[in-house]
Design a protein around this ligand. Structure first.
Ligand SMILES: Nc1nc2c(ncn2[C@@H]2O[C@H](COP(=O)(O)OP(=O)(O)OP(=O)(O)O)[C@@H](O)[C@H]2O)c(=O)[nH]1
Ligand SMILES: [Mg+2]
Length: 297
């Protein structure tokens, strides 16, 4: 039976999610390694019903390795196992499988004592849109069973996928409306979790450029052949917009993104910037650091 999740209706999505969680032995929570906190579902733990939870940090190939280490330590300090993974190459997926068997070993042992021969472990794969849930399942299953695509909202219906003794439930990405700060929303936008027509692409690009001007100036300079970059502190779009203009202008000129009269097409520059960041073309970048890490910008 297939169930429509109606991602737009949170009460209903939550009810369906809760009933599915009751059917599984463990949760595999996918977060984006570039924004491990902002991409978590804030209410998942309230619904977990004591199911073991494994965090998989996808896109580890695009994230800053130092930040990824810091995030692993951060989650470990909270007693949560977080495994960095590249779900396109499969790197890290073996560790996830091991962790799943370990987390459910009690069930397996109990079943063995009862004399059951074949024990199936069921896990639900959850996460925000476009985080890599379906790709994770395909790679784990070593076949293309779930439809994937690099935009949010590809999976519309849940689907069980068998991989030997493990069954994984693919679910549609859910973005909870409780976004704590504007910065969290902007990180989600830059990462590709939010449909393009819903957010302000110029604001997202300005937010990213300000962040990168402090955290990754060399990567910005390299990609867009800029000389020096003054660090810009993000506060809000009104304040930061004039400060990022010289950079947008320089980048626009380099790329020949001009409108009639020779002016730079700022919106086009913003769109291009966000797209290139999402594709990882600037290099390995993490958008947020654990609260205690020194590099937090
Ligand atoms: N480089 C890289 N790209 C990834 C990784 N994980 C996901 N992606 C990219 O993200 C896209 C989205 O993957 P999906 O598996 O469709 O994401 P999903 O979570 O199922 O998305 P919805 O079904 O829309 O909620 C993939 O097509 C890849 O382009 C990763 O670990 N590394
Ligand atoms: Mg999907």
């Amino acid at each position: 039976m297939t169930v429509q999740w109606y991602p737009g209706h949170m009460a209903k999505a939550r009810r369906i999610m809760e009933s599915r969680i009751r059917q599984v032995d463990a949760l595999i929570e996918l977060v984006d390694a570039r924004l491990p906190l902002s991409s978590r579902n804030p209410v998942l733990q309230e619904m977990a019903f004591k199911r073991p939870n494994i965090i998989v940090m996808t896109r580890s190939d695009l994230a800053d390795p130092k930040a990824t280490d810091a995030w692993c330590a951060h989650f470990a300090a909270e007693g949560i196992l977080a495994v960095p993974a590249n779900v396109m190459s499969g790197e890290g997926l073996g560790r996830v499988k091991d962790a799943l068997f370990q987390a459910t070993s009690e069930k397996v042992n109990r079943a063995k004592q009862k004399g059951l021969k074949r024990i199936i472990i069921r896990a639900m794969v959850v996460g925000i849109p476009n985080v890599g849930k379906s790709s994770f399942i395909n790679k784990s299953a070593r076949r293309s069973v779930a439809k994937t695509g690099n935009q949010p909202g590809v999976t519309r219906q849940e689907q069980w996928v068998k991989l030997g003794d493990i069954e994984l439930l693919d679910t549609p990405g859910v973005l909870w409306p409780k976004i704590d700060t504007p910065e969290q929303g902007l990180r989600l936008a830059v990462s590709g979790a939010i449909k393009e027509h819903i957010y302000d692409v110029e604001e997202a690009a300005a937010f990213f450029v300000a962040y990168a001007s402090k955290q990754y100036p060399a990567l910005l300079c390299q990609r867009y052949q800029l000389d020096v970059i003054e660090p810009i502190t993000w506060t809000d779009i009104q304040t930061v917009w004039p400060q990022v203009q010289p950079l947008f202008q320089a980048i626009g000129k380099r790329r020949g993104m001009l409108i009639k009269g020779g002016e730079v097409d700022v919106e086009r520059v913003a769109r291009m910037l966000v797209k290139e960041v999402q594709e990882g073309l600037l290099g390995r970048i993490t958008f947020e650091w654990p609260p205690t890490a020194e590099n937090d910008g």
